[in-house]
Structures are given as structure tokens and as C-alpha cells.
Write a protein that binds this ligand. Structure first.
Ligand code: CUA
Length: 324
């Protein structure tokens, strides 16, 4: 079956802010946006000044008919000292502002992590410490509540970055890094892995869904529910297939024997907006595509092609769709 990305599917990843670094939605991101704007305007000013002086010199001192060859000039000590000093001053000022931005985007007072994020090739595992909630690629948070995030890697170096909400932070195997982010208005904020981590690096998208405290509490309650295993129809057959095929060797579905963390936790997979880390919008059709030909949807991904016969495919989709 040839796979073409439907407009519906691609739409799922397209409503990012045009210049997310310059549209901050938290104090952490605002300090970085301020620094970025300051550096941008300063360097733009220097560029215009230098280009202006070069244009002036080229125009003013160009060769004129009948003029004699000018005497070569080697160096100008005063000029050299002046521009060396001016760069020291400019870089010094930028350093001071950078250090201040680093401090405000990573506060010195640390508390318990409110989130633990584990980066995998090529998706994000999101755990809510103190609860059984584990999601993938979508991070629900309440607005105006700073999140302290522990960042771990399951394999190689990745980098967590949601530009509207906070700073970039590398994720390095073997150590737990820490970062902070927050959102001051409800909405969906897009981010991505920002460190090349292999073939599907570009499809390692993050979606932060910032909600009002009431909506977040409702979401949390829904996620805590252990879904009932369907007892009849396609969905019941799908639940059995899930355990008997190799699905259960990589995934977790709470309330069943599937208890592995190699792939995403699927306990509430149907409640997510996308599948395959933002690659496809989460619809029954796209889920079927993903199960049927994961290697075509996301070449190089670790989800194996099980060569599912049509009937098993339908029942697996029917089952997974019950996991709201
Ligand atoms: Cu993970 Cu790039």
C-alpha cells in the first residue's frame, strides 16, 4: 500500500508560531527572547555600520581618471585599539545579559521534579512522578505552574526544546539533566528534539498542551483510570492479539500483562493528538497505516512491521481506539 501523507495528517504539525523564540509564553522563555532580540539588533547594527563604512570607502576612494597611485598605508594603531576595545565591550555586555538570561531560565532553587522525560530514538516518554501516568510525545501541564523537568536518555544524546516555553537542554545518556518550563496561557506549544540523534531526528516532535487547572485536573483523572479490557467484538479480539503478537513485548497497557517500556505506554493512546511522535494525526485510518507499515511512515523507526493480515489489523485498531 503506497503511503501518502494526507493534508489532515500534515496539518497536525503545522500550527507552530512562525518565530517561536520571539513569541515567548513564560518568564523563562521571555528572558531568552529578550536576549535573542538584543543580540539580533546589536549585531544587525554592527553589520549595517560595517557595510555602510565599506560602501562609503568604496565610493569615496575609488580610482579616478588621471589620479596618481595612492601611497599604501600599513595599519593604524589607534584604529586597531579602538575596534579591539569596542568588541571587548560589546561581547562583555552580551555576556552579562547571557548570564542573567541563563540564571532566570534555570532558577537556582530546585525542588522535586514535576515531570520526568525520557528521550528515546525517536519519541518522548513523559512520566508524572508520584502517579501511574505515562504519556508519549504530549505533555499536559496546568498553566502558570513552573515545571521542573528531569531529562534522561534511553539511548543517544537528544535535546529538549519548546522555544515558546523555556530554554533548550541537552539530554545525555547516563546522567539526569534538569530544566524548567511553564506556559502562561492555555494552548498547544510545539517543540522538537534539537540535537541530531539519528535517522528520524526530524520526527521527534514535542507537543505541550497547557490547560487551565480545572481542565488539567480532568485530564489527570482520565489518565489515572485503568481502561477496561473489551469483552466482545473486534476490540476483544484486538486485545487478545495485542498480548499474543509481539506488541506486549515493547509496550505497556495498564490493567493488562503488557508491561514493557521499550515503546510508548499505550494505556490511553486514543486520547493523544498524534502518533509516531507527531508524524501522523491520531485517527483510526492513520493508526492502521502506522501498524501496517511503520517503516514507510517513519523509516528507521524501531516499531517492527508485523505483516499483519487485514483482520488482525482491524481488530488491533478497534482495540487501541477503546483506549481513550
Ligand atoms: Cu532526538 Cu534528535
Amino acid at each position: 500500500m503506497a503511503l501518502t501523507m494526507t493534508t489532515e495528517a500534515s496539518k497536525a504539525i503545522q500550527h507552530a508560531a512562525t518565530f517561536p523564540v520571539f513569541t515567548p509564553h513564560s518568564d523563562y522563555a521571555r528572558s531568552i527572547a529578550g536576549l535573542s532580540a538584543g543580540v539580533l539588533w546589536t549585531t544587525l547594527g554592527i553589520l549595517l555600520l560595517v557595510m555602510g563604512l565599506v560602501s562609503y570607502a568604496v565610493h569615496k576612494f575609488r580610482e579616478k581618471p588621471g589620479a596618481s597611485t595612492p601611497k599604501p598605508v600599513y595599519g593604524n594603531v589607534k584604529l586597531e585599539i579602538a575596534y579591539t576595545l569596542s568588541f571587548i565591550v560589546i561581547l562583555g555586555v552580551i555576556s552579562v545579559f547571557s548570564i542573567r538570561a541563563m540564571e532566570s531560565s534555570d532558577p537556582p532553587t530546585h525542588q522535586e521534579n514535576s515531570l520526568l522525560i525520557v528521550a528515546h530514538q525517536w519519541w518522548w516518554e513523559v512520566r508524572y512522578p508520584g502517579t501511574d501516568i505515562v504519556t508519549a510525545n504530549e505533555i499536559h501541564i496546568p498553566v502558570n505552574q513552573p515545571q521542573q523537568v528531569g531529562l534522561r536518555s534511553a539511548d543517544v544524546i537528544h535535546d529538549f526544546w519548546v522555544p515558546e516555553l523555556g530554554r533548550k537542554m541537552d539530554i545525555i545518556p547516563g546522567i539526569e539533566n534538569r530544566s524548567w518550563f511553564a506556559a502562561d496561557v492555555p494552548g498547544t506549544y510545539l517543540g522538537a528534539c534539537a540535537e541530531y540523534c539519528g535517522q528520524e531526528h526530524a520526527w521527534m516532535r514535542i507537543r505541550v498542551i497547557a490547560q487551565t487547572p480545572e481542565d488539567f485536573a480532568r485530564w489527570e483523572q482520565e489518565q489515572l483510570v485503568v481502561p477496561a479490557t473489551p469483552t466482545d467484538g473486534d476490540a476483544a479480539r484486538g486485545a487478545q492479539d495485542f498480548q499474543q503478537l509481539s506488541c506486549a513485548s515493547c509496550h505497556t497497557i495498564r490493567g493488562t500483562a503488557a508491561n514493557e517500556r521499550i515503546g510508548p505506554d499505550l494505556t490511553h493512546v486514543a486520547s493523544r493528538q498524534t502518533i509516531a511522535a507527531g508524524r501522523l494525526e491520531n485517527t483510526p485510518g492513520n493508526l492502521a497505516k502506522w501498524l501496517l507499515e511503520p517503516d514507510l511512515v517513519k523509516p528507521g523507526c524501531k516499531m517492527p512491521n508485523l505483516h499483519l493480515p487485514r483482520e488482525q489489523l482491524n481488530s488491533l485498531v478497534a482495540y487501541l481506539e477503546t483506549l481513550k
